[in-house]
Write a protein that binds this ligand. Sequence first.
Ligand code: URA
Length: 441
Amino acid sequence: MSHDIRRLSERKRRGEPLSAEEIGWLVEAYTAGVIDDAPMAAWLMAVCCSGMTDEETWLLTDAMARSGEMLDLSGLGRPTVDKHSTGGVGDKVTLVAAPIAAACGACVAKMSGRGLGHTGGTIDKLEAVPGLRTDLSAERFLAQAGEVGLVVAAQSASLAPADGKMYALRDATGTVDSRALIAASIMSKKIAAGSAAIVLDVTVGSGAFMRSGDEARALAELMVSVGRRAGRRVSAVLTDMNAPLGRAVGNAVEVTEAVAVLRGGGPDDVREVSLTIAAWMLVAAGIPASFAEARSMAEKTLASGGAVEALAAMIEAQGGDADALDRPMLGHSARETGEWRAEQSGVISRVDARGVGYAALAAGAGRRRKGDDIDPAAGVCLLRVEGDEVEDGEAVAQVMAGSPDGLADALAELDRAIVISDELPPTRALIIDTIPPEDGA
Ligand code: URA
């Protein structure tokens, strides 16, 4: 049955819930081009203003997941698990947690995104590895999942196409910021990608889309309930994103930092969040029964070198040069480099994640517009972090940029992001909260 999109927008604006049939029609008609962008944008804005019930969010997610191909990973002979982060600055957790989970016996078959606004994307980071392909067909994706047990590919156009189209429109019309739309967007892709278990890393703070713990908890609960309704085993971890995760922000530089963690070094915060997420992935996959066992399994695997081997096997299977992992910056070098220096002695009381994200973006590590090229060598490397004491004139951050203007803009962003004073930063928990799988652990 056909509907009038204008009536649906008016009703939504008044806060009336829509039926399964109406939501199904809306998703199908917009994906097929029967509804134009302008009326769809009005409906999205009505959702942003009036919200959706949990039932409507589920119906929207289900319709979006079914708008394209639904992958079936059930025949792979290993427990399948996916993870998703709601986005952050310096967030290279997938590059560490996914190889750990794969080396512990899970099959991690993951579709990842590109950078969005000030946040980085796993696909852009992986593409900094020379030769590595992320545009895999569904057949290749499934074959690599079976053979290697680890595959990370870009979102294919055939998977949840309704989200691809709606996301681009939300981005262009300022309608990203709705809990129901974010939950439906993320979970429709996760459900269509076929893993039986899903772990959500919901970031909180200045560098995240959710600024407060309450907002993040509400989003996490909504995504978990939608995923469970789709028959998946879902858990969520809320992690702090007020300061960048680790010291590296960019593409090649983040892969290098992730490899350092996989080899037993690297920053403690990246190691801690990655081990926590990897352990929950193992619990969700049903490999050990408890979180404590999973955590110890993840730590042993990391120490054994098994996880870095899993990452190298994945890189080779996707056509990449795994030897590049031994080269500084994967063999890339920046056209321009510069340092941000302290202008007074004191304590670093703030390194604002969003501000550092803007600096990396200005340097060339991200896109200002859809389709822009990114520079794999661009980014920011923090030489000092929150809580460190610094002397007047000391280098606090190194910037790698694609052009002199990019370097100047990035340094100006860091002027706003980094605060030196005589006050210590507030202590913040890195792992804020957890929603375990339904049966505890
Ligand atoms: N990431 C997504 O995939 N979708 C959103 O709506 C927000 C973040």
